[in-house]
Design a protein around this ligand. Structure first.
Ligand SMILES: Nc1ncnc2c1ncn2[C@@H]1O[C@H](COP(=O)(O)OP(=O)(O)OP(=O)(O)O)[C@@H](O)[C@H]1O
Ligand SMILES: [Mg+2]
Length: 228
């Protein structure tokens, strides 16, 4: 982390897609910084480029121009394997549709990023860490359930525990409550907020949910590929 508390900084981000109808300029020069310990909401109309930006900030998609610097490291100067390592160890993701692996239990899903990360070889220690995280998200009685045996809210809790297992510097969420009723969504938001207050966990959250915008420290509005 740099001394001024900026965890992530993006500068001059552009992204275009080639489509049969011509080139689509989706991100048109985005500058943004995320402070350590912040919850930042990214809001804006459908098609504004929110998910595209989130993927680029999180090292999932390559910008056409511009830089993304996480903890002083420019992630798009790294090769694919190096960037995958940064993603695995420093970045967590939570998606609208959970993206859990169906054939694995809740615990196995949570452990997967840690098993991928080199150096995590102590399986007993790892398993107890996974169980502790499942307990933290209120799922201590669902450890051996597979995703189809869990409710939507429970699946999202598993995804949150999975995002936390490698103690990432930053977690990106793309409409984390978009598939949940407002009460269940409210519980998920409460959980994210607790993680922020207790662990100083940094979040960037794309959302249409007013409850999320309200609990954020800062709201960034996006329209037609630019920040307002
Ligand atoms: N792989 C792709 N190829 C071509 N066009 C794409 C691709 N991905 C996204 N787009 C286009 O880029 C624009 C921005 O998409 P993006 O998914 O970032 O929007 P969004 O703000 O997340 O919208 P929503 O709120 O509906 O999720 C859209 O017009 C979309 O059709
Ligand atoms: Mg989107």
């Amino acid at each position: 982390m740099s001394s001024n508390g900026v965890l992530l900084e993006a500068a001059g981000i552009h992204k275009s897609y080639c489509t049969p109808g011509g080139t689509l300029h989706v991100l048109k020069g985005i500058d943004v910084h995320i402070g350590d310990g912040e919850i930042v909401s990214l809001v804006g109309p459908s098609g504004a480029g929110k998910s595209t930006l989130l993927h680029i900030l999180g090292g999932l998609d390559v910008p056409e121009k511009g830089t993304v610097t996480l903890q002083g490291e420019e992630i798009y100067r790294l090769n694919d394997a190096q960037r995958a390592r940064v993603r695995n160890s420093k970045i967590g993701f939570i998606f609208q549709f959970y993206h859990l692996l169906q054939e694995f239990t809740a615990l196995e899903n949570v452990l997967l990023p840690a098993l991928i990360k080199s150096g995590e070889r102590d399986s007993a220690r790892l398993e107890s860490k996974g169980k502790a995280l499942l307990k933290q998200v209120g799922l201590e009685k669902r450890v051996t359930h597979k995703p189809y045996q869990l409710s939507g809210g429970e699946q999202q809790r598993v995804a949150i525990a999975r995002a936390l297992i490698n103690q990432p510097a930053i977690i990106f969420c793309d409409e984390p409550t978009g598939n949940l009723d407002s009460r269940t969504g409210g519980e998920i938001i409460g959980l994210l907020k607790d993680l922020n207050v207790q662990n100083k966990q940094t979040f960037v959250i794309v959302t249409h949910d007013e409850q999320i915008a309200r609990m954020s420290h800062r709201i960034i509005q996006m329209q037609d590929g630019r920040l307002k």
